[in-house]
Write a protein that binds this ligand. Structure first.
Ligand code: ASP
Ligand code: CP
Length: 327
């Protein structure tokens, strides 16, 4: 599928690899990626991993500046983009608390983007509204990378999730992936399910009734040939699962907190839960966890969620190098 957001800037600096895949492009949705693109990103992420292990930091993006613009809280995405940019020799403008920026004076998203692109070469944006990254991309001459738009998408997370699966299990085709928890508001599962539709996988959705995967997304993925089934109990599918992808109930998306309280503890993974799981499978979580996986699971070799965070930095290094024409 051709990339949807091919808005290459008109004033490209000389000396960059203009034929580099994704050069100057926004990364707004996983729908932009083909299987070939994913292979390419993963090859570069592998190279980044080797370089970090060998030398720690190197100068591929020396002189480049990233603006990290976060309207919602973040630990991993914000700090791994910062680490990725700094390990590549670039620098970062951090705006992690928009309340201390002119956003709190009422500045609009387009004007904030126009401002930051005057100073930076690439903008990473997390926002509470679905579609915000797409709006930002319309106003930006520099690449905008979607770091989560409300309950919409989290494309770089889905790429790192897929990279984790491939690194940990050696393949993606043929696997059974079970997504558990808040499938309604969880943007990471929305993006991951769309990416998985490029592969030959079986996907199970397990959630409380009120937190099911949005019907329009299930229909869309049906149309793309993804094998999907919905369940309300994990036991039915856990023995056949290769990847158990656990999510947090997204409290911040609920208008009715009593409703949140009624579902927040619906699923908790403990060592007991995993007794019926395969020996060779992995448990993933985009994190933060707030009780969905008990800490007793952390020492189980199948618990991949902390390794998953580290893979994220390599994938983000690869993406930054690609959109800035250096990969
Ligand atoms: N950190 C992920 C996100 O921002 C998952 C979560 O917050 O539950 O979407
Ligand atoms: N996985 C993830 O997006 O984590 P943060 O919300 O901490 O960035």
């Amino acid at each position: 599928m051709p990339p949807q957001f091919n808005t290459r800037p008109a004033h490209l600096p000389l000396g960059e690899r203009q034929n580099s895949r994704f050069y100057g492009q926004h990364i707004v949705s996983v729908k932009q990626f083909s299987r070939l693109d994913i292979e390419h990103i993963f090859t570069i992420a592998e190279e980044m991993r080797i370089m970090v292990e060998r030398v720690g930091t190197f100068d591929l993006l020396k002189g480049k500046v990233l603006a990290n613009l976060f309207y919602e809280p973040s630990t991993r995405t914000s700090s791994s983009f910062t680490a990725a940019m700094e390990r590549l020799g670039g620098s970062v403008i951090p705006i992690s608390e928009v309340k201390y920026s002119s956003v709190s004076k009422g500045e609009s998203l387009p004007d904030t983007i126009r401002t930051l692109q005057s100073y930076a070469d690439v903008i990473v944006l997390r926002h509470h509204e679905k579609g915000a990254a797409e709006i930002a991309a319309k106003y930006a001459r520099k690449p905008v990378i979607n770091a989560g738009d409300g309950p919409g998408e989290h494309p770089t997370q889905a790429l790192l999730d897929l990279f984790t699966i491939r690194e940990e299990l050696g393949r993606i085709d043929g696997l059974t992936v079970t997504m558990l928890g808040d499938l309604k508001y969880g943007r990471t599962v929305h993006s991951l399910a769309k990416l998985l539709a490029l592969f030959n996988v079986t996907v199970n959705y397990v959630s409380p009734d009120i937190l099911r995967m949005p019907a329009e997304l299930v229909d869309e993925l049906d149309g793309r040939g993804l094998s999907q089934s919905q369940f309300s109990a994990l036991e039915a599918v856990l023995p056949k699962t290769d990847v158990l992808y656990v999510t947090r109930v997204q409290k911040e998306r609920f208008d009715d907190l009593a409703l949140y309280e009624s579902v927040k503890g619906a699923f908790v993974i403990t060592p007991e839960t995993l007794k019926i799981a395969k020996q060779k499978m992995i448990v993933m979580h985009p994190l933060p966890r707030v009780g969905e996986i008990s800490m007793d699971v952390d020492d189980d070799p199948r618990a991949a969620y902390f390794r998953q965070m580290e893979y994220g930095m390599y994938v983000r290094m690869a993406l930054l190098a690609m959109v800035l024409g250096k990969a």
